[in-house]
Design a protein around this ligand. Structure first.
Ligand code: GLU
Length: 369
C-alpha cells in the first residue's frame, strides 16, 4: 500500500460533537484511527482546535468572548488540557505526540517557514505525531489566522503533504444546505481551476457557532491546499472511520485533487520571488554538474556569495562564467555563508556553532534554468 503524508484537521465541533465539552469517546476513536494509520507507515499530522472550548468548559466561562485577552486566557487554559488529553489517549497506542503552536507568520514568511518545516520534519522523522494549533495566547487580531482550516492548508504546504483531510459536520459539500433543503445534492469532486461561484455561495457562513470556520473557510482552505500541491477531502467528522477508507482510495466526502505538484508550486514561488532577489551565489564547475544531476548545493561548491540575503530568501545561483544556473531558497544567511563557503558540510556546525543541515540549497528548493 502506498504511504501518505496526511494532515488531519479536527475542529471544535468534531471534537465536542456539538456539545460544550469534549466528547472523550469520540476523540479517542479519532486518536485510535490516526494511531493505526501511523503504525501502518503513513505520516500523520494533526491540526486540532478546541483550546478555547476546553478552556471555557474548565473555567465555567459562559459565552464565547469577543475581546482578545479573554480569548487568550481561555486558550492558555484549554490548550494545556487538550495536550494532556492527546498525550494520554495516544499513549494508549504507544504513540508519541509533540505540540507545535504557530502563528500565521511562522507558516507564511519564508524564513520562519523553513524553521517550522524543519521542526515538523524532525518530528515526522522520529515517528512523533505533531499536534498543531494556532498560538492563540500570543496571536493578536492583526497577526492571527483565526481559523484552523486555513492553518491546516498552510501546514499541508509547509510539509508537502499528499493529503489534507478536513473533518466537518456534514458529508462534504452540497449544492445547498442539506439541513434546510432536501433537494440539496452532494458534490463528489471539485476539479475546475476556479471554484465555481455557486459553490462559494452554497458554502455560506459558519453554521455550528462552536468553531470559527464554517464551510466557506473549508472551501477556502481546500482551494489553497490544492493549489500548493495537496489533495484535499472534506469529510464527516462523525465518521472517524472515513480516514481508513480514504487511504484505500475511497473518497467519502468532497474531493479536491491537487492542481499541481508541491514541487511545481514551490518553483512558481521562486520565479515570483526572483524580482525581489538581492543575493547571488557563485559556484564552481563541480557544484554545477552536481546540481544538474539532481543534487543539492553544498558549501564546498561555493566560491563567493554577494549581495544581501537572509535564510529563506530566494537567491540567484551563477557559475564561474557568471551564467545563471538557477534559483534556490537558501538555508543560510549571507553572513553565515561567508564563513562556510568552500568548506565540507561536516564543518558547518563547528564553524557556525549551529547547523540548519548539510545543504545550502536543498535540491527540492532549487529551480534550474
Ligand atoms: N485555535 C482555536 C482553538 O483552539 C480554534 C480555531 C478554529 O476553530 O478554527 O480554540
Amino acid at each position: 500500500m502506498k504511504k501518505y503524508r496526511i494532515v488531519v484537521k479536527l475542529g471544535t465541533s468534531t471534537l465536542t460533537q456539538g456539545n460544550i465539552d469534549l466528547s472523550i469517546e469520540h476523540v479517542l476513536e479519532m486518536v485510535r484511527i490516526i494511531a493505526v494509520l501511523q503504525k501502518q507507515g503513513h505520516e500523520m499530522i494533526l491540526v486540532s482546535s478546541g483550546a478555547m472550548a476546553v478552556g471555557r468548559s474548565m473555567l465555567g466561562y459562559p459565552d464565547v468572548p469577543k475581546h482578545m485577552p479573554a480569548k487568550q486566557m481561555l486558550a492558555a487554559v484549554g490548550q494545556s488540557r487538550l495536550m494532556e488529553l492527546y498525550n494520554q489517549l495516544f499513549g494508549h497506542y504507544n504513540q508519541k505526540v509533540g505540540q507545535v503552536l504557530v502563528t500565521r507568520e511562522d507558516l507564511t514568511l519564508r524564513r520562519r517557514y523553513l524553521n517550522a518545516r524543519n521542526t515538523l520534519l524532525a518530528l515526522i522523522q522520529y515517528h512523533v505525531i505533531p499536534v498543531i494549533n494556532e498560538n492563540d495566547t500570543i496571536s493578536t487580531e492583526e497577526i492571527r489566522l483565526g481559523d484552523n482550516d486555513n492553518l491546516s492548508a498552510l501546514v499541508a504546504n509547509v510539509v508537502d503533504a499528499d493529503l489534507l483531510v478536513l473533518f466537518t459536520d456534514q458529508d462534504g459539500l452540497y449544492t445547498s444546505d442539506p439541513r434546510k433543503d432536501k433537494n440539496a445534492q452532494h458534490i463528489e469532486v471539485v476539479d475546475s481551476t476556479e471554484i465555481p461561484q455557486d459553490l462559494w455561495l452554497a458554502a455560506g457562513g459558519s453554521v455550528s457557532g462552536l468553531g470559527t470556520g464554517g464551510m466557506a473557510t473549508k472551501l477556502q482552505a481546500a482551494d489553497l491546499a490544492r493549489r500548493s500541491g495537496t489533495n484535499v477531502i472534506i469529510t464527516n467528522g462523525r465518521k472517524p472511520e472515513n480516514l481508513l477508507r480514504i487511504v484505500t482510495g475511497e473518497k467519502p466526502g468532497t474531493y479536491f485533487p491537487a492542481l499541481c505538484s508541491s514541487l511545481e508550486s514551490r518553483k512558481r514561488y521562486m520565479l515570483a520571488e526572483m524580482q525581489n532577489s538581492t543575493g547571488t551565489i557563485l559556484i564552481d564547475a563541480g557544484a554545477e554538474s552536481a546540481l544538474r544531476q539532481g543534487g543539492s548545493l553544498l558549501p564546498v561548491g561555493i566560491r563567493t556569495v554577494t549581495g544581501q540575503f537572509e535564510r529563506g530568501d530566494t537567491v540567484v545561483i551563477r557559475n564561474l562564467a557568471e551564467e545563471r544556473v538557477g534559483l534556490g531558497i537558501v538555508n543560510y544567511a549571507l553572513n553565515d555563508l561567508k564563513k562556510i563557503e568552500g568548506l565540507q558540510s561536516t564543518e558547518i556546525e563547528s564553524v557556525l556553532g549551529f547547523s540548519y543541515g548539510m545543504e545550502v540549497v536543498h535540491h527540492n528548493n532549487l529551480l534550474l534554468v
